[in-house]
Write a protein that binds this ligand. Structure first.
Ligand code: PEP
Length: 257
């Protein structure tokens, strides 16, 4: 089992702090070979070029936090396209984060277009789906996520790679996480749904992941990693999550040897 851990810096950091972060992580990787974990850094778009010069050719991958759903080039002021991300060496992009859905009115249709543009540029989309607090309490979690997937994946190329991040909105930045059983139920539902549509995805979880809960969350079957916000902002809090993935990956390999 190999895991992917994505650092979503959101609108944080400066050129200096981003480069320093990359250097710190790179030093740790120099001393600690990773066998079971891929790291993906998603800083602000304006910092990607600085990371590229430091990380190109290393095993740390990087990507965007969003991309344009309308075009690859042209009159789209303020946007960054999938092709432009690919040109910088990005191989991933977060798409449909709940902060964008809620604060910027990003609809499921807009997200569907973003997924198409990502795959055209060979960027692996990290599609975020999840329910809010009320939807969760009223027992509508799967209904909400299925509704998002139905539209988000309507035009998705079945041969393309995709990651789906289950991110309960009420868990993001709150320190609250769902029970393992609840995460397992959603992961199972998404896996069945994808199989039913002839699609394949790596399924990850996001929402208040820390070094203290990562190992436990990895007990969820078919979970391939994490999308991390707050705890990714410092290497000192991000690294323990990577170590948890390494430890669990090693355990699984030993058991199956
Ligand atoms: C996120 O915003 O995608 C996220 C998972 O944030 P946090 O880890 O801070 O809950």
């Amino acid at each position: 089992m190999t895991y992917t851990v994505i650092a979503n810096f959101k609108m944080n950091g400066t050129v200096g702090s981003t480069i320093e972060y990359g250097n710190e992580l790179f030093d740790l990787l120099f001393e600690n070979e990773l066998y079971n974990t891929t790291i993906v850094m998603a800083p602000s778009a304006i910092h990607l070029a600085y990371l590229q010069s430091r990380l190109i050719g290393t095993r740390i991958k990087y990507g965007g936090q969003d991309l344009c759903g309308q075009a690859q080039f042209g009159s789209h002021t303020g946007n960054t396209s999938a092709e432009q991300l690919a040109d910088l060496g990005c191989t991933y992009s977060i798409i449909g984060h709940s902060e964008r859905r809620k604060n910027l009115g990003e609809t499921d249709c807009i997200i569907s277009n973003k997924l198409s543009n990502a795959t055209l540029a060979r960027i692996t989309p990290i599609l975020c789906v999840g329910e809010d607090f009320t939807e969760n309490r009223e027992g509508h979690t799967w209904k909400v996520i299925k509704g998002q997937l139905d539209v988000n994946l309507a035009k998705f190329d079945s041969t393309a790679k995709i990651m789906i991040a289950y991110e309960p909105i009420w868990s993001i930045g709150t320190g609250k996480i769902p029970s393992l059983q609840d995460v397992q139920n959603v992961v199972d539902h998404i896996a069945d749904y994808m199989q039913g549509r002839g699609l394949q995805a790596e399924l990850i979880y996001g929402g208040s992941v820390t070094g203290a809960n990562a190992e436990e969350l990895l007990m969820v079957k078919n979970l391939s990693g994490f999308l991390v916000g707050g705890a990714s902002l410092k290497v000192s809090t991000f690294w323990p999550i990577i170590q948890a993935c390494e430890a669990v990956g090693k355990q699984i390999k030993t058991q199956s040897a």
